[in-house]
Write a protein that binds this ligand. Structure first.
Ligand SMILES: *Cc1c(COP(=O)(O)O)cnc(C)c1O
Length: 376
């Protein structure tokens, strides 16, 4: 189906096309200077010491779990309101995700409910900056320190977001960004690990490249189990070109978000996104929360009606614990995490991308208002 207005769209200019074409002409297509340059850029932007560019956000999360030695018998506290990979990465190593319910306004893990879920087996807390909203990092750090837990930041949706003036991706022992085409910047597929910890850096770099040992910049023998989680030079060049435009990209996203805020104000039965004081959002998506009376099937009907008019919306996110695979494996059921479940029945992602015009946005808002009105 061709949408009149899609849910999301990458922002690719002549600069990106030139950058990728330039790499192809060099015939140097993997493990070259673009990778190094992209890694340096990402670490600098985030304000951390080290970064490892990898093949996806998910592979980055997997390597962090491995680097921290999390394995069978361990538990990791995390959020059920996220994209599935923030929890799957824990399963990859045989550890168990322990879900803590979320805050109804920020949609992030509810820090007040974490301590009651900590056991002798708990090794780490993996928090997500969901929809670009920074999690409560000061409080998370306090809890992690008190109980001697590792802290992992899934910042896949929050490149450019800030928490109390500090960039997301800089919190915890290690963090990731992801570069799938719907994220703030894209490399097609791709991701990056960020850390200030030299040991984590070293382990991730080695495991991303088949477990090779690195010495003085030279790859030596294979000293541990590793993977091919490398990102090729074309993708790195694309990432560099996108990062060179990051200010412009974030500015465009802010402008679209502010336009939505202005135009949606006053429409009954929906809440525009909450911005917690101290947080600055880089706007991964634009997600509204519908009134209770429009939850579930009615929300789904709104999505269908919008689709009929050529407007692509989505039900971000279905909770992880109620995904068929998790229900089957772990016996989760509806009612286990009520705030996350209620939120997931009421959220609605509207079309959101850098070049969404005011005219298109007006079309989205007008149709949304009309459809909500019809359901009344
Ligand atoms: C996109 C995303 C990821 C994973 O990124 P991929 O690059 O698609 O593997 C992880 N966590 C969250 C919250 C995401 O939104």
């Amino acid at each position: 189906m061709r949408w009149k207005i899609p849910l999301s769209e990458p922002d690719i200019t002549a600069k990106e096309i030139r950058a990728v074409g330039g790499v192809l002409k060099t015939l140097y297509l993997s493990m070259g200077s673009k990778l190094e340059e992209f890694e340096k850029l990402m670490a600098k932007f985030t304000g951390v010491k080290y970064s490892v560019v990898v093949s996806s956000g998910t592979s980055g999360l997997h390597l962090i779990i491995k680097a921290l030695g999390i394995s069978r018998g361990d538990e990791v506290i995390t959020t059920p309101f996220s994209f599935i990979s923030s929890s799957n990465c824990i399963l990859f190593e045989g550890a168990k995700p322990v879900f803590v319910d979320i805050d109804e306004k920020t949609f992030n893990i509810d820090v007040k409910k974490i301590e009651e879920k900590i056991t002798k087996k708990t090794k780490a807390i993996l928090a997500v900056d969901i929809f670009s909203q920074p999690a409560d990092w000061n409080e998370l750090k306090k809890i992690a320190k008190k109980h001697k837990l590792y802290l992992i930041e899934d910042s896949a949706e929050a490149l450019g977001s800030e928490y109390k003036g500090k960039k997301c991706g800089s919190f915890g022992d290690a963090a990731i960004f992801a570069f799938y085409p719907n994220k703030q910047i894209t490399t097609g597929e791709g991701g990056v690990i960020l850390t200030n910890n030299k040991k984590i850096y070293y382990l991730c770099q080695s495991m991303a490249n088949q477990g090779r040992k690195v010495l003085n910049g030279k790859w030596l023998e294979h000293v541990r189990l590793g993977y091919n989680y490398r990102l090729d030079e074309m993708s790195c060049a694309l990432g560099i070109a996108q990062m060179e435009r990051i200010k412009e990209i974030l500015k465009k996203r802010t402008m679209v978000a502010e336009l939505y805020i202005k135009k949606l104000k006053g429409i009954e039965d929906l809440d525009i996104p909450y911005i917690k004081p101290g947080n600055k959002l880089s706007w991964f998506v634009y997600v509204i929360k519908l009134a209770e009376r429009l939850a579930g099937k009615k929300r789904d009907k709104i999505i269908k009606e919008m689709a009929k008019r050529g407007i692509q919306c989505s039900n971000y996110f279905q909770t992880i614990h109620l995904q068929p695979f998790y229900k089957k494996e772990f016996f989760y059921k509806a009612g286990d995490l009520p705030v996350a479940e209620n939120t997931s029945e009421r959220t609605l992602a509207l079309p959101f991308f850098n070049d969404l015009t005011e005219k298109e946005l007006d079309f989205v808002v007008k149709n949304l208002e009309e459809i909500i009105g019809n359901i009344r």
